[in-house]
Write a protein that binds this ligand. Structure first.
Ligand SMILES: Nc1ncnc2c1ncn2[C@@H]1O[C@H](COP(=O)(O)OP(=O)(O)OP(=O)(O)O)[C@@H](O)[C@H]1O
Ligand SMILES: [Mg+2]
Length: 483
C-alpha cells in the first residue's frame, strides 16, 4: 500500500470531522471516496496529503503527492501561465524568472496534457469555472505524481472534460500511480473506480470492488431513498411567466419559447450548445444582438439587465457558486438571508422573525450542515453544504421565475433527491422553472417539457416526462428535419 491511514481522528472546534477513520490505497488503482456532504472526505484528503494534521491515528503516504483541492486555488489576478508555473517557473541564468517565456512554456504544458482552448495569458479571474478547473488539474498532472488526490474534480467540468480527465486518471493508474478521487456522481465512480470506500459521519463504513448505487446510498445515509423524481403529472402549467422571442446573443441563435407558471422546462443538448448564454441572457447579463424577452403575463416587462430581471421576479441560481460567494465569516443564516434582505428592507422594514423562520425552514429542508445551528459561520460547512447555502439564498427570494443552472453539482445523493422535490414544490406553488443540468438524466426525470439546443438553436422540443436521458441525447445529435 502506498497510502495508509489508521484510526485517524480530526476535529474542528466542536465538530468531529473524522473519527477513527481508516483508509488504504495501493499503487496502480483508482480509488473513489464516496459519502454524503460533510462525511469527512475532504478532511481525510487534507490529512493524507499533509495539508492538515490528524489529532489521532497514523498516516503513511509514499511517493510524490499532488492534490487538486475541492476549493479551487488559482490566484485570480495572476495569469493562467503564472498559476500553472508558479511552483517551477522557467528561470534565466541568474535565477530570475523569465516572464517573457512564461506564456510559451505554459502553452506547451497545456497542449502536452491536451487542454486546448485556455489562453495562458488570460488572468485566471476571466476563465469560466470549468476552465479554471482544467488549469488546476493540468497543474496537478504536470507534477507526474505517484499519488494523486482529486477532490470533486468533475464538479465543475463539462462532459467532454470529464472524459479528458478520465483518460488522464487511467493513464496515471496504468503507469502505477495511486489515484484517489471523490465524486457525488455514481456513474463516474462506477466507470472509473477500481475500489470504493464509503464514508459516513467521519468514518469509513465499507471498502468494496463492487457496489451498486443503491447499496452505496444505503451505506452513505443509513436509509433507502424513495422514488428519485417527484411525480409532476398533477401540476398543470398556467399562464405565461416568460416570453422569449428570436433571442440571439452570444452562442444563441433566434431562440423563441414560452415558459409558463407551474412549469418545469428543461434545457437539454450536448455541453456548450448555448445553454449558459441562454441563462445569462435571460437574467439580463448577456447582450442580445437580436430579439428579446419579457417576464410576467399581462403586465409583461422587458428584461435588458439583471436589475430588470430581479424586478421582474426572476431569480438565477448560477453555476459558479463559489465565486458567487458566501461570506465565509458570516453565519449561515446571514448568508442565506442576503438576497431577501435587499427585497425586504426596500419595503421599509426587515421582518426578523419571519426571516429567521424562513431560513431555518430551508436549511432543514436542504439539510444544510446536518442540523447544525444556522448561527455558525458559513466557512465551517463542507464544500457541498456551502453550495446548498448559496442555493437556499436564491430559493428564498419570492421570485416568480427560477433559472436553475446545474444546481445539483457537488451535492450528495440524498440532497439531490430533496432538491428535486423542492423544485416540484416550487412548480406546485405556481413558480416557473427553467432547468439545466450537466446530468441529462435529471432533465429527463424532472421536466414537463425539454428544449434541445444545438449550436445555439432549439432543434427539438420534447414533451415530458421524457423519462430517459437517451431520448434527449438522441435529439441532440439528430439532424433537425427542417434544417
Ligand atoms: N475549517 C473547518 N471548520 C469547522 N468545521 C469544519 C471545517 N472543515 C470541515 N469542517 C466540518 O467537518 C465535517 C467534514 O467536512 P468535509 O469537508 O471533510 O466533508 P466532505 O465529505 O468533503 O463533504 P462534501 O461532500 O460536502 O465536500 C463537516 O461537518 C464540516 O462542516
Ligand atoms: Mg468535500
Amino acid at each position: 500500500m502506498t497510502v495508509v491511514a489508521t484510526g485517524v481522528g480530526r476535529a474542528f472546534g466542536g465538530v468531529q470531522a473524522l473519527r477513527d477513520a481508516s483508509f488504504a490505497a495501493r499503487p496502480g488503482e483508482i480509488h473513489a471516496l464516496a459519502g454524503e456532504n460533510g462525511a469527512g472526505k475532504s478532511t481525510l484528503i487534507k490529512v493524507l496529503c499533509g495539508a492538515i494534521r490528524a489529532d489521532t491515528g497514523t498516516v503513511t503516504v509514499e511517493g510524490r503527492i499532488a492534490t487538486a483541492f475541492q476549493e479551487l486555488s488559482l490566484l485570480p489576478d495572476l495569469t493562467v501561465a503564472e498559476n500553472l508555473l508558479l511552483a517551477a517557473p522557467p528561470r534565466g541564468r541568474l535565477g530570475l524568472v523569465r516572464r517573457g517565456r512564461l506564456a510559451d512554456e505554459a502553452a506547451l504544458v497545456l497542449s502536452r496534457y491536451g487542454a486546448t482552448g485556455v489562453d495562458p495569458r488570460s488572468p485566471a479571474r476571466d476563465l469560466a469555472v470549468s476552465q479554471k478547473q482544467v488549469v488546476e488539474l493540468v497543474r496537478v498532472l504536470a507534477m507526474e505524481p505517484d499519488v494523486v488526490f482529486l477532490d470533486e474534480p468533475t464538479a465543475a467540468l463539462a462532459e467532454r472534460e470529464v472524459d479528458w480527465l478520465a483518460g488522464h486518471m487511467r493513464r496515471l493508474r496504468d503507469a502505477g500511480a495511486c489515484v484517489i478521487f471523490t465524486s457525488h456522481r455514481w456513474r463516474e465512480i462506477e466507470r472509473l473506480a477500481d475500489r470504493v470506500t464509503v464514508f459516513r459521519n467521519g468514518t469509513d463504513v465499507a471498502t468494496r470492488e463492487r457496489l451498486t448505487e443503491e447499496e452505496a446510498i444505503t451505506l452513505m445515509t443509513g436509509r433507502t431513498l424513495g422514488a428519485t423524481y417527484p411525480d409532476i403529472s398533477g401540476i398543470v402549467p398556467g399562464e405565461n411567466a416568460l416570453t422569449v422571442s428570436g433571442l440571439t446573443s452570444g452562442r444563441l441563435r433566434e431562440v423563441s419559447f414560452e415558459l409558463r407558471r407551474g412549469e418545469i422546462l428543461g434545457v437539454g443538448g450536448l455541453a456548450g450548445q448555448g445553454q449558459r448564454d441562454l441563462f445569462l441572457t435571460l437574467f439580463g447579463a448577456g447582450k442580445p444582438t437580436a430579439g428579446g424577452l419579457s417576464a410576467g403575463g399581462s403586465r409583461a416587462r422587458a428584461v435588458r439587465q439583471p436589475r430588470d430581471a430581479i424586478r421582474a421576479g426572476i431569480a438565477y441560481v448560477p453555476e459558479d457558486r463559489k465565486a458567487e460567494g458566501l461570506l465565509l465569516h458570516l453565519s449561515i443564516r446571514d448568508n442565506v438571508a442576503l438576497a431577501t434582505l435587499a427585497r425586504r428592507s426596500r419595503a421599509g422594514f426587515i421582518r426578523q422573525r419571519a426571516e429567521k423562520a424562513a431560513v431555518s425552514g430551508i436549511a432543514a429542508k436542504l439539510d444544510i450542515g446536518a442540523g447544525r445551528s444556522t448561527a455558525q459561520a458559513a466557512g465551517t460547512l463542507s464544500g457541498g453544504n456551502q453550495q446548498k447555502a448559496v442555493m437556499a439564498r436564491w430559493l428564498l427570494t419570492d421570485a416568480d421565475v427560477f433559472l436553475l443552472y446545474d444546481v445539483t453539482r457537488g451535492v450528495d445523493a440524498a440532497t439531490k433527491h430533496d432538491i428535486y422535490h423542492l423544485i416540484a414544490d416550487l412548480a406546485r406553488d405556481g413558480k416557473a422553472i427553467l432547468f439545466y443540468s450537466s446530468e441529462t438524466e435529471e432533465i429527463a426525470g424532472l421536466c414537463h417539457r425539454v428544449l434541445v439546443l444545438r449550436e445555439g438553436r432549439i432543434v427539438s422540443e420534447l414533451r415530458g416526462p421524457v423519462g430517459d436521458a437517451e431520448t434527449i441525447v438522441a435529439a441532440s445529435i439528430r439532424e433537425p428535419a427542417d434544417a
